[in-house]
Design a binder for this molecule. Structure first.
Ligand SMILES: *Cc1c(COP(=O)(O)O)cnc(C)c1O
Length: 478
């Protein structure tokens, strides 16, 4: 995100337009002198003509650069304190065969959260040893598929699962490499983290003892793994949240996990070799937002774990992390075509300073919506949008970008300034949709899911094709 808007054009570009510093676009996005935006050298009008809209557009070089940046930042910060580290790309953010290959080629491993994601990673040729399998309710078929693929680790999530994995490993005559997912009480997301003693959620096993003050569920699970010869206890796993913009939560969780590791060693003599600190590294969604940069967070987490290890007197384990959003989120944008544009007169709510006054909000409908990006409806997530097919000399107006679904909550961007002359046929792009867009997409209202199109070096290619009505009807057996 380097080049400033073209000289002389900035007056007609929205604030934070593609190419402007601090804007949440991938590094290959530029606005040309004629006002049209291009991605890695391909104009958006060409992308729309070749692939239709809506389309998910991925900037391959940007994805690869972010994957490399996470790997090199963590490798060098952890080498500094004498520890090794592996970076797993969290496939749930977006997994396609090509994306899994890019991650692998950049030296990352791949995390999967189901048999389906595992199948994509294997189809991509990711070696089993470089794949992890997560999930709080893995089926026997998923566990067996992972064992047969020789995955590097299964992250187990409950006592019953420990017994099931051990039994299934015995049935195959193999030893299953496992990590135990624990809950540290540390929750993060946004700027702050909070710490609670007891957790009311489905993932992991608590490091805190129950009301009777006995062994914590986490320690009991680790001991249960040690007790089964069909299981090889690799280590302890912790994932504290998502869209985290400040490193202190990772440091706090690492402290708890290293303490647990030392406690297990005291009780059983087993000093586990690996600790995974999960994902959740935050990105910029809006102009002016500051993402978490990999280098400083890597340094602060590495320094924190080194200090804790010294206090505990235990040698450092090998670490791993699992960024998903931070690798693929900013690399993607969604390209839409504008349809209906409708001014709606709105009264300012009673609690607002200008209560009762009316203003106009321009509702700009696009050809997708909550089926291709559920995050605004699901989490109230905010996004940015710009008209990308042309320049506009018109002033800007307050707009809301909405989809075409039969839901008033079908919002793509709650609030954004768009050119007052935005009209049907305009191409509109929403940046930072690479993560949890396609991977959470649905067929709501019978919409067909958009393609994933990769752009690199002035050329585009389809990674996942657009669904067709035949795809939809083919599932319906009548
Ligand atoms: C979701 C998840 C991740 C990735 O989270 P991001 O916010 O995309 O980085 C990593 N590890 C686990 C266990 C997860 O559930």
């Amino acid at each position: 995100m380097s080049a400033a808007p073209e000289a002389g054009r900035s007056a007609v570009l929205p604030v934070g337009g593609p190419g402007a510093a601090g804007a949440p676009w991938s590094s290959g996005v530029r606005r040309r002198a004629d006002g049209e935006v291009e991605v890695a050298g391909v104009p958006v009008s060409e992308l729309a003509a070749a692939h239709g809209t809506p389309a998910y557009v991925l900037d391959e070089a940007d994805f690869r650069a972010r994957a490399r940046a996470y790997r090199t930042a963590f490798e060098s910060a952890f080498a500094e304190v004498g520890a090794g580290v592996d970076v797993y790309y969290a496939g749930k953010a977006l997994l396609t065969v090509a994306v899994a290959r890019w991650a692998t080629q950049e030296g990352l491993r791949v995390d999967t959260a189901s048999g389906g994601e595992l199948a994509v990673a294997l189809r991509a040729g990711v070696p089993g040893a470089a794949i992890g399998l997560h999930g709080n309710n893995k089926s026997d078929a998923e566990i067996l598929a992972a064992l047969d693929a020789g995955v590097g680790r299964l992250i187990v999530d409950s006592l019953v699962e420990i017994e099931r994995v051990a039994d299934l490993a015995a049935s195959r005559g193999v030893v299953a490499p496992v990590m135990v997912r624990v809950t540290t009480g540390v929750h993060a997301g946004g700027h702050e983290y909070i710490s609670t003693a007891h957790e009311d959620q489905k993932f992991g096993l608590s490091v805190n003892a129950g009301p009777d003050g006995g062994t914590s569920p986490a320690l009991a699970a680790l001991e249960a793994v040690v007790a089964r010869p069909e299981l090889d206890l690799l280590g302890i796993h912790s994932h504290i949240g998502s869209q985290i913009l400040e490193p202190s939560g990772f440091e706090a969780a690492a402290r708890v996990v290293l303490q647990l590791r030392a406690d297990l060693a005291t009780r059983t003599g087993a000093l586990v070799e690996e600790v995974d600190l999960g994902g959740g590294y935050g990105i910029a969604y809006l102009p002016g937002e500051e993402p978490l940069e990999p280098a400083p967070v890597a340094v602060s987490v590495a320094q924190a774990v080194a200090a804790v290890s010294r206090e505990l007197g235990t040698p450092l384990p090998r670490f791993s992390i699992e960024p998903g959003r931070a690798v693929v989120g900013p690399a993607g944008l969604t390209l839409y075509t504008v349809g209906t544009v409708k001014p709606v007169t709105v009264s300012a709510p009673a609690e607002d300073p200008g209560a009762g006054a009316t203003f106009t909000r321009l509702y700009v409908s696009v050809d997708g919506g909550m089926s291709d990006n559920i995050r605004p409806a699901l989490y109230g997530a905010d996004y940015h949008a710009e008209v990308v097919g042309r320049a506009s000399a018109a002033g800007t107006v307050l707009a809301r970008v909405v989809g075409k679904h039969c839901e008033s909550g079908d919002v793509v961007v709650h609030e954004v300034m768009l050119p007052a002359d935005v009209r049907a046929g305009d191409l509109l792009a929403v940046p930072a949709t690479g993560a949890y867009g396609r991977s959470m997409a649905s067929n709501y209202n019978g919409l067909t899911r958009p393609p994933v199109v990769a752009v690199a070096d002035g050329a585009s290619r389809v990674l996942v094709r657009r669904e067709t009505l035949e795809d939809l009807l083919g599932l319906d057996l009548g």
